[in-house]
Design a protein around this ligand. Structure first.
Ligand code: G
Ligand code: G
Ligand code: MN
Length: 409
């Protein structure tokens, strides 16, 4: 079913009095791309079909279910007694996908995340409800429950271009540093720089929101320039004797700019930071858009001495063929593989395989999103080199982080 048809159907339901409390439940299957890479399109379509049937089996006869993308389903749940029942339905779906789907003899573990919006409550505009279910789904992915209801106040999608432009111009963004632990020495090896934007009058704007806005509007060049300089300015404050390393996220889109190399080297020399303590984090998807150009630019950055990390490994369209050609120094395992490795031995085995793969390619392997000690211990036992995540430490304003690392005056 198309998005247009879905919106139309949702509008119809909203207008009907007898529908009462209506939930829009967005279910997204994860890891389908991985499966498709191994087993092909027909098999992954079959997984979509099996998932549809599994969800349908959990719904009431009055509920409506449709598949809106290969890995995405929307259920409309009318006449709910109270909002809590929407959460119950969502959690039921999450739990049901803890069991593998069996498709054409293959057993596939495809976990789901569920985002929910409600009307009345979260508006009576069909598109807004769908967007809010999507926002809830992003929260769900970050939560161990894998199911979330839209939380009013978290919505920052409507931030206009002008505000971000102004925020960049007036230096309103702030670099926060998230610690990265060396699992061998038990010491902090360095920090990943994460942009934060707290706009007076509206509150914090989520980075995934403003980074996407920047990418969509061309402000990403400004944002990258800001990010490089803000990170290196703070990095420069740290005494090199501490041996700290600093990682900077680089958006796919900047590989379209040919001067990205001189921008990076320029910022390094302005702040007098050695390239060997700086790693640029790039997602695989970035490299798939225009592999030839991206690879050439990455090779030049590598030649200058910077580290290159493949960020969110396994989450996108992973291609082992490209991985082989990457001048990467580091592999960051996406947190969707980490969060359940304690309970799920298959996840743990996938993590182990990724660690071994990374090591075979001489990459330093970093696990993202480590939320408890058990997972940390498990990763150490599997030979993972580094880890980051809430259990290691949350990000904090860069100023505070570098304060104790300062050069003696
Ligand atoms: O903290 P978390 O919500 O910070 O970040 C969300 C996403 O935003 C992450 O995928 C991260 O890679 C990205 N991100 C954070 N800061 C920056 C930045 O300065 N530049 C780019 N390109 N991406 C960033
Ligand atoms: O895509 P990238 O890996 O650059 O994104 C980093 C993001 O991960 C940031 O949004 C950061 O706030 C978030 N993050 C960091 N540690 C954890 C964690 O332990 N659990 C979860 N759920 N998110 C985390
Ligand atoms: Mn990152």
């Amino acid at each position: 079913m198309s998005r247009g048809a879905l919106s139309a159907r949702l509008r119809e339901l909203i207008e009907r009095e007898e529908v009462g409390l209506l939930a829009v439940m967005l279910v997204r299957l994860q890891r389908l791309q991985e499966f498709r890479l191994v087993h092909g399109y027909a098999a992954s379509d079959a997984v979509g079909q099996a998932a549809l049937e599994r969800i349908a089996g959990l719904l009431r006869p009055v509920d409506e279910l449709m598949q809106v993308a290969e890995n995405e389903f929307i259920a409309l749940l009318p006449n709910l007694r109270d909002p809590h029942h929407a959460t119950l339905a969502g959690s039921r779906v999450v739990r049901a996908f803890e069991e593998p789907l069996v498709v054409a003899g293959h057993s596939v573990l495809a976990p789901v995340a569920v985002g929910i919006s409600l009307t009345p409550g979260h508006g009576d505009d069909a598109d807004a409800l769908l967007r809010r279910a999507e926002l809830a789904l992003r929260d769900a992915k970050k939560s161990s429950l894998r199911c979330a209801v839209f939380a009013p106040g978290t919505e920052r999608l409507a931030v206009p271009y002008e505000w971000l432009h102004e925020a960049l111009r007036t230096n309103q963004l702030e670099a926060h540093f998230e610690p990265i632990l060396d699992l061998r020495t038990g010491r902090i090896a360095g920090y990943e720089s994460l942009a934060r934007w707290d706009e007076p009058g509206i509150g914090p704007v989520r980075p995934d929101v403003f980074i996407r806005l920047a990418e969509d509007t061309g402000l990403i060049a400004e944002l990258t320039r800001w990010s490089l300089n803000a990170t290196l300015r703070h990095a420069a404050q740290a005494d090199p004797a501490h041996g700290m390393e600093f990682s900077i996220n680089i958006s796919p889109r900047v590989f379209g700019q040919r001067d990205i190399v001189s921008q990076v080297t320029g910022a390094l020399s302005v702040w007098n930071v050695s390239p060997d303590v700086v790693t640029l984090e790039v997602t695989e998807s970035a490299l798939m858009e225009d592999p030839a150009t991206s690879l050439a630019l990455l090779h030049r950055l590598r030649e200058v001495g910077l580290g290159i990390a493949i960020d969110d490994f396994g989450a996108g369209y992973s291609s082992l063929a490209y991985l082989k050609q990457f001048p990467a120094t580091q592999l960051k395992i996406d947190r969707s593989f980490i969060y359940d490795m304690r309970q799920d031995t298959r996840s743990a085995r996938v993590v182990r395989a990724i660690i071994d793969l990374g090591h075979q390619l001489d990459l330093n392997v970093v696990a993202e999103g480590v939320e408890d000690m058990e997972t940390l211990d498990l990763l150490r036992a599997l030979g993972c080199d580094r880890a980051q995540g809430y259990h290691v430490g949350r990000s904090q304003p860069a100023e505070q982080v570098v304060e104790p690392l300062r050069l003696p005056d």
